[in-house]
Design a protein. Structure first.
Length: 88
């Protein structure tokens, strides 16, 4: 096998191994529960970055994901907005 063929085979093997071992750069965030009734709000889910900060409507309500990326934000004194934006 010539040097150029060996180099090409090695390059192909490295590329294949890199692709096989590559981890996705993103994870799916899933909301498993979202309730808003009167002044009570509860938002639960998973897939956040570990210990990531969470905000509702720009910081009106805040929380933090756990070490596994699961989260839960709950309040009984939440002013119901026209729309609700959660940042995970």
């Amino acid at each position: 096998m010539s040097a150029s063929r060996s180099a090409a085979a090695l390059t192909a093997a490295v590329v294949a191994l890199t692709v096989a071992l590559a981890q996705p750069a993103f994870a799916a965030t899933t909301i498993t529960r979202a309730d808003l009734q009167g002044t009570s709000v509860r938002i639960e889910g998973s897939g956040s970055s570990p210990n990531a900060p969470l905000t509702v409507n720009g910081g009106v309500l805040t929380g933090q994901a756990d070490a596994n990326g699961a989260f839960r934000i709950q309040s009984n004194s939440f002013a119901q907005p026209a729309d609700c934006v959660v940042t995970v």
